[in-house]
Design a protein around this ligand. Structure first.
Ligand SMILES: NC(=O)CC[C@H](N)C(=O)O
Length: 370
């Protein structure tokens, strides 16, 4: 087994705070982004390839990253989407039947800068207290003043449109062509496991680029519409919000996940806001207010929809709440065939408690087509 020698590396936060670490392997470089942390004990490959994390430097709180290698099956898009990885112990060796390569090989292929040996507990505690902020990771540790200057030029996540950076350029299809139900999905950063979950329930999906209009989607004659997860601030997504308004006005079945949920809220005149710290992990507790049941869920979001405005809106009902901080986790439109959740029923990574939401969407479509 070849062990890697490492270079000194650092993470510099926008407020000037510095944490030290080492490069993973001998890869040199500098990478900017918003620093965020995920508390999942497993699922690193799915997290790194989730388009919702585009533009973010990921701190993993699990003490070991890489120990079970990487496989083709655990990618959620066409490659790594995080801007950089910050971890405690990086495993150059791995142990799992079925792993195809080491995580280092996978990250190298994707040209990702990763740093290890960081005091991630202290870093996460610092971000928790001080809130989400931009940061830079770098092996150019002698140039801190230069890094500071470059970091100050990086745009804030607040107000940033990123969906266009990860969306498909051309429409594509997923599932069996002769499946009984057709779903049109607007790709503002879609995860593959959403498509797998829909296809598994007898649907054929056409995935459209972020700037597609409702009329263009409608011309395929779908039975239902889906608005995907994705990166960045939802507020600048004018086209997606218009598409949601048109789908709703035309009385079509609609389901939205995460960024798609925020877009549906915006289409109903509800504002969104940036959270002090997002929810990112695989054990977030949710209460379904319609059934009274609890769910343990996979989450990954830094924005949320305004609770007071939602409560005051006569067209909307809050269906799910996050039990840690009582933020809105799900809504439905009272007189329309439309609902959405802030979290990830497709898991990947995470528990499958909420997959019933896909069944609910299919039932909603069938209630119209039957
Ligand atoms: N997973 C997502 O779709 C995230 C939505 C949005 N980018 C947020 O951070 O809140």
């Amino acid at each position: 087994m070849k062990y890697q020698s490492n270079r000194p590396a650092l993470i510099l936060l926008a407020d000037g705070t510095i944490f030290h670490g080492k490069s993973v392997g001998n890869k040199e470089g500098t990478s900017f982004g918003e620093v965020c942390f995920n508390t999942g004990m497993t699922g690193y490959q799915e997290i790194f390839t989730d388009p919702s994390y585009f533009g973010q430097l990921m701190v993993t709180t699990n003490a070991h990253i890489g120990n079970y290698g990487a496989t083709d099956e655990e990618t959620e898009s066409d490659g790594v989407k995080i801007s950089g990885l910050i971890c405690r112990n990086f495993s150059y060796t791995y142990s799992r039947q079925g792993a195809q390569e080491s995580l280092q090989e996978f990250l190298n292929k994707n040209n990702l800068l990763a740093i290890s040996d960081v005091d991630t507990r202290a870093l996460v505690a610092y971000i928790r207290d001080n809130g989400a902020m931009n940061a830079v990771i770098s092996t150019e540790v002698d140039n801190i003043e230069v890094l500071k200057k470059e970091l100050s030029q990086v745009p804030s996540m607040n107000g940033l449109e990123l969906a266009s950076r990860v969306s498909t350029k051309e429409p594509y299809f997923f599932g069996e062509e002769n499946a009984p139900i057709k779903i049109a999905a607007l790709d503002i950063g879609i995860k593959r496991n959403i498509l797998r979950n829909l296809a598994k329930r007898g649907t054929y999906i056409k995935v459209f680029p972020f700037d597609t209009t409702y009329q263009e989607m409608k011309s395929w004659n779908p039975d239902g519409y889906f608005l995907s997860n994705g990166p960045g601030d939802p507020e600048p997504l004018e086209n997606a919000v218009q598409v949601a308004k048109d789908i709703i006005a035309d009385d079509n079945p609609l389901f939205g996940i995460c960024l798609g949920h925020q877009v549906i809220a915006l289409a109903n005149g509800i504002s969104t806001y940036k959270m002090h710290n997002g929810h990112r992990g695989i054990n977030h507790p949710i209460k379904n207010l319609l059934t009274g049941k609890g769910e343990v869920t996979s989450q990954n979001h830094g924005f949320a929809i305004n609770r007071e405005e939602t409560e005051a809106n006569a067209d909307l009902e809050i269906t799910h709440v996050h039990l840690n901080d009582h933020t809105v986790a799900g809504i439905r439109m009272k007189n329309k065939n439309c609902f959405s959740v802030q979290y990830h029923p497709e898991a990947s990574p995470g528990p499958n408690d909420a997959t019933y939401l896909f069944d609910q969407f299919i039932d909603n479509i069938k209630s119209v087509t039957a």
